[in-house]
Design a protein around this ligand. Sequence first.
Ligand SMILES: [Zn+2]
Length: 210
Amino acid sequence: MDLKIVLLGPPGCGKGTQAERLVAEMKFTKISTGDLLREGVRLGTPLGLEAKGYMEAGRLVPDELVIGLIKEKLAVTHGPVLLDGFPRSLEQARSLEKLTRIDMAVDIQVNEDKLVHRIVMRRSCKSCGAVYHLEFSPPKHADKCDKCGGELYQRSDDTEQTVRARLKTYKDQTLPVSQFYREKGVLHTVDGEGSIPQVYERIMNTIKKG
Ligand SMILES: [Zn+2]
């Protein structure tokens, strides 16, 4: 099976954690823009170097470049694929559709006030980017990454005000994306409230039902 799934959901919905479980337990290959850019820069591929130029200049990496990186990654990937954090806009969804067929878009939905609570409790690893939550997925040792021992910190933009602004931006950009997949008949919404295993089970059931 070479299922290609797009995982949608607002910041703080637990998407990253769920994606990691799908990778670990279902052998999905996760393709996320952030990882692709970091990998491209690290390997020094032509597209990676181009992206590096934009990032160093503090500019947004253009869609065509990101699509190029996704194309390269898909070419060397076998088995089921999970796209996390892409597409974020209708334009990106259309470009992606030209590149490959998306079998399913899974949209994780959580009430906004709960999202705000989730995000302000979030901590990230300075070294590897792993994300923890002080309540739902706390690190084994305070302020230390379970995976690499790196230092954990709270992103300066994880405050209530910036979170609400981010959620609004997300909604404005991503509603057209879910609408796009709904029209294609591949959109599935999943209730993102409850524990990580509960949400994971809902996602699994959704994927199994297709
Ligand atoms: Zn780490």
